[in-house]
Write a protein that binds this ligand. Structure first.
Ligand SMILES: Cc1ncc(COP(=O)(O)O)c(C=O)c1O
Length: 367
């Protein structure tokens, strides 16, 4: 029995525009081969940088394109974090940044969140309680891992706090465009004016993760420092994939492809919510994201997540433990992240049924 993976935060293979990217790679080389095949600016392929800059209303020099946005997160952290430096994160938050920050010895401060996202009062309380953090890391839209989206009212307050207190906020937004329904709230970056808020996004979820094209919009001075770090790390990034993405955009493939991807993933999100509704015990709860890849489940009277993980693995279902998404593993003991992005709707139904049996079996009173 092949395992059903709710662990992979990756697009289903049919989301990948393989043939179009093959054509774009050839066209990019034929059109601009010399620039693509030489060393060049550490901050990324000029025409793509300009496209991103225009989209965000900034000078191209403020845009740094990195090998996936995670690489940019590493650069930013290396630039700003020394052992003991405070960094604020949402709890829960994306596990890879937690690992990067731990490796650098950061003092990671967990900010509680609820269904409306990061709680502004908690941010203020943490700011009052100690040294100014190097930055506040937030994923306000379709958060990894919870699927939650910060409300517009909260966004205005967080943007206000960033401005008033002069605190750098990193708005990580790889999923914002992968929206299945509803209105997109404004970006923190736009609300604040891009002075104290840096913005990152990626073509991983809108084109393909394998192109490894992510980007940051930084305040000007920070952009220059991060670009210098990029140069000293790899001289220049791989322009071929960046130029391929640029060609994809130039041809007008981006929007139709995104619409196609939204359709494929909306069906998976629907299958996941419907299956959870049907199979989870009554006292379990789950988030209902309007986009992105993830659903977060809480099972207060179920097994702890280590037991669930092992039992699920034996039953052929993979998930990620809630504890992986909290600093020092403190939290999420009865929670898990389920990615609906990679598997088919039929596999989602089957996998959730298996999970439901495990959770139900451990919580007979809830049945
Ligand atoms: C919130 C968040 N930020 C950043 C990334 C990294 O994306 P990239 O592929 O651009 O490195 C991911 C990937 O899953 C993510 O979920």
């Amino acid at each position: 029995m092949a395992a059903i993976s709710f662990a992979r935060g990756a697009p289903a293979p049919e989301c990948l525009p393989v043939q179009e990217l093959a054509d774009c790679a050839r066209a990019a080389l034929e059109r601009d081969g010399t620039a693509v095949l030489l060393y060049g600016p550490g901050g990324g392929y000029g025409p793509l940088r300009e496209w991103i800059a225009e989209r965000h209303g900034v000078e191209p020099s403020r845009v740094v394109i990195t090998n996936g946005s995670l690489q940019g997160f590493v650069f930013l952290s290396e630039q700003l974090v020394k052992p003991g430096t405070r960094v604020f994160v949402e709890a829960p938050t994306y596990d890879r940044p937690l690992k990067i920050l731990s490796r650098l010895g950061a003092d990671i401060v967990a900010l509680p969140m609820d269904d409306e996202g990061l709680i502004p009062e908690e941010l203020e309380r943490a700011l009052d309680a100690g040294e100014k953090p190097a930055f506040v890391y937030t994923i306000p839209t379709f958060q990894n891992p919870s699927g939650r989206t910060m409300s517009e009212e909260r966004r205005r307050r967080v943007a206000g706090i960033a401005g008033e207190r002069g605190v750098l906020v990193l708005e990580d937004d790889p999923y914002g465009l992968v929206r299945y329904e509803g209105e997109a709230p404004p970006l923190l970056f736009d609300l604040e004016g891009g002075v104290n808020v840096a913005y990152s996004s990626s073509f991983s979820k809108t084109v393909a993760p394998g192109v490894r094209v992510g980007y940051f919009v930084f305040p000007a001075e920070l952009a220059a420092k991060i670009e210098a770090l990029a140069v000293s790390t790899y001289i220049s990034p791989p322009f071929l994939t960046q130029a391929t993405v640029h060609e994809f955009l130039r041809r007008g493939n981006f929007e139709p492809n995104l619409e196609r991807v939204r359709g494929l993933l909306r069906a998976r999100r629907d299958a996941m919510l419907e299956a959870l509704e049907r199979n989870l015990p009554a006292d379990a709860s789950f988030t209902r994201p309007e986009g992105g890849y993830f659903v977060w489940i809480d099972f207060p009277s179920g097994p702890d997540v280590d037991e669930l993980f092992t039992a699920a693995e034996e039953a052929g279902v993979l998930l990620v433990k809630g504890t992986d998404f909290f600093p020092r593993g403190q939290g999420g003991e009865r929670s898990a992240r389920l990615a609906f992005s990679y598997v088919s709707p039929a596999e989602i139904g089957e996998g959730v049924e298996r999970l439901g049996a495990l959770l139900g079996a451990a919580a007979p009173s809830a049945l």
